[in-house]
Design a protein around this ligand. Structure first.
Ligand code: PMV
Length: 302
């Protein structure tokens, strides 16, 4: 039996969502995780980043090893070889840690023949995310375990249909910073100066405007809000020279908007394009000029 989960893409609202503002997130089905379990005398991990005994796993894997040990105790399961196969880039803003935690949890429940309801699934992923991030909003835990787009706040969330005559190009800037670090960085800015609170508030307002634009299928206003959000995220010190260059390249090639997605300080960039031709141009420029991986999503009927 296999546990599965997918990555996620935050269209707008990253970081401000930690401070009770809304964010908009969609599933990223092109990047997936699968986890299989095989009984073994000792808990062992097999993955691209580490293979060996769970007890010897590097600190980086602590949120996952704690999840595995706690699931084993709570569900009274035997020890397993936990085989993790993932093509969600790590630390790239696509929800890799949450997706792996979600797939592990599903695999444990399946092997124990237990029903896994949505809230329990969410809670287990948040258990692991709390160890990874300190203060996760829960947006990753929600989106990697569910279908649909979401309008999300820490207090409540509702499905948001993303059915837009547009394409989204995703590019991995290759520099990866743990989300914990970018979230801590923003927290320290907010302690220093009131101006940073204003930026967080304006990110929240732009997200509300973006939701309205999505509902009206107005991709031009959506693009404006995404570009505005990028300015705010840059002012919070979350951009990098490569992200700036990727944004310039996308806009130069006709994208309506280009911004970082997720924690930032590296990670992935998303470009909103009004047709397939432009999306292909943006993606080709990113691949040719920056030698990066890209994916293209059709937002119609998503
Ligand atoms: O970098 P990711 O994929 O973990 O996305 C993090 C999104 C943040 O808003 C920066 C943090 C959070 O917990 O919402």
């Amino acid at each position: 039996m296999i546990g599965r989960a997918h990555g996620k893409i935050i269209l707008i609202g990253e970081h401000s969502v930690v401070y009770d503002h809304p964010a908009i997130v969609i599933p990223f089905y092109e990047s997936t995780v699968s986890v299989t379990l095989k009984e073994s005398p000792d808990n062992t991990i097999e993955s691209d980043i580490y293979s060996g005994l769970l007890s010897d796993a590097p600190d980086l894997l602590h949120p996952l090893s704690a999840l595995i040990e706690t699931l084993q105790t709570k569900l009274a399961t035997p020890s397993y070889v936990v085989k993790i196969e993932s093509n969600v880039p790590i630390g790239a803003g696509l929800g890799s840690s949450a997706a792996i935690a979600a797939a592990i949890t599903e695999a444990y429940y399946q092997n124990a023949n237990l029903k896994l309801d949505r809230q329990t699934h969410f809670d287990w992923v948040q258990f692991s995310e709390n160890l990874a991030h300190d203060n996760p909003s829960g947006i990753d835990a929600l989106c990697v375990t569910r279908q649909d787009g979401w309008y999300f706040t820490k207090q409540s969330f509702s499905p948001l249909e993303i059915n837009l005559p547009a394409y989204l190009v995703v590019g991995d800037s290759k520099m990866h910073t743990p989300t914990k670090q970018s979230v801590k960085h923003v927290a320290s800015l907010l302690k220093q100066n009131e101006d940073f609170h204003n930026i967080i508030d304006s990110l929240g307002k732009m997200t509300i405007k973006a939701k309205d634009a999505i509902e009206r299928k107005d991709i031009f206003t959506l693009g404006d809000t995404m570009n505005g959000a990028m300015e705010g995220l840059k002012a919070l010190g979350l951009s990098t020279p490569t992200i700036e260059k990727l944004n310039q390249s996308a806009l130069h090639n006709g994208a309506l908007a280009s911004k970082l997605t997720g924690g930032g300080m590296g990670g992935c960039v998303i470009a909103l394009c009004y047709d397939k031709f432009t999306a292909e141009k943006v993606s080709a420029a990113w691949r040719d000029d920056f030698s990066i991986n890209t994916w293209t999503l059709n937002l119609l009927g998503g």
